[in-house]
Design a protein around this ligand. Structure first.
Ligand SMILES: [Fe+2]
Ligand SMILES: [Fe+2]
Length: 270
């Protein structure tokens, strides 16, 4: 995991995961250095990751006031319970549904919660965070937000892209990825992560694209993409194309067996 700054107000805690056959998927969490500091998501749930340790190099956990969980997938909840312990002054911004999903593994402390739905907002001292449902999502609990001071949009899984190399996945500016390569990778991710997009009424889906704050954002931050600065037009054009993208079909058992056979050491005779 490494950290870098986007402008004056945001630190990215960047990690990535290799997805066989697809590429290297960035996995970002963020610190929004508002008057009341906000941590956005808490990284991968792999045992060798130390999210809170990485966070300590960025901000004193005792000063954190809000932990915004965009949705309870395990690439977003890795450091959550450790962070709740390390940040006793923080409340967890989430939804009723996310609390229910989390309770199937480990119950969240109800007195630490702050339930917030799309369309509502959160005052964090020097700015207001406007909650919204991103146009593409893989969990019904997903809530992103728009920071009206910096005009930064936090879009959760929306806009993700498996990239060609670990270096690109660790990049601090998505413009390092050639534009056509980026568009193809984002459409692939849209098909993988939001397969329902091929089945929606396109007109109504496009209304959701137009009604989000993404269009007005100076910077879009996705969990699964390097920061996108001044690219709202390009990003919304990609969203508009997502319903027509090729559906994703994952490898089947035959493909798995071929892959496993390719791992056999030469001459093993198995
Ligand atoms: Fe997700
Ligand atoms: Fe995710």
């Amino acid at each position: 995991m490494h950290t870098y700054r986007v402008g004056d107000d945001v630190t990215v805690l960047n990690d990535h995961l290799e997805v066989p056959g697809l590429g290297f998927l960035p996995v970002n969490a963020f610190v929004l250095h508002a008057r009341e500091p906000v941590v956005v998501d808490t990284g991968l749930s792999l045992p060798d990751r130390d999210f809170v340790g990485a966070l300590r190099s960025v901000v004193d956990p005792a000063t954190i006031r809000w932990i915004w969980l965009t949705h309870p997938d395990r690439d977003h909840t890795g450091g959550l319970f450790e962070l709740l312990d390390a940040a006793p002054n923080a409340r967890l911004v989430t939804t009723f549904l996310a609390v229910g999903i989390m309770s199937t593994e480990r119950a969240l402390p109800l007195d630490r919660l702050y339930l917030l739905n799309p369309g509502q907002h959160l005052d964090v001292g020097d700015r207001t965070l406007h909650a919204f449902r991103p146009p593409l999502f893989d969990s019904p609990a997903t809530v992103g937000f728009y920071d009206d001071k910096t005009r930064i949009c936090f879009s959760s899984d929306c806009f993700g892209a498996p990239l060609a190399t670990p270096e690109l996945a660790a990049g601090s500016d998505v413009r390092e990825v050639p534009a056509e390569q980026l568009r193809a990778a984002q459409l692939l991710w849209a098909a993988v992560d939001s397969p329902w997009v091929h089945r929606v009424d396109t007109g109504r889906y496009l209304e959701t694209v137009r009604s989000t704050p993404i269009i007005d954002a100076d910077t879009v931050l996705s969990t699964h993409l390097p920061p996108a600065i001044k690219l709202s037009g390009q990003l919304t054009a990609m969203l508009a194309d997502a319903p027509q993208a090729d559906p994703f079909v994952g490898p089947d058992q035959k493909a798995l067996e071929a892959m496993l056979a390719s791992f056999q050491p030469a001459g093993s005779g198995v």
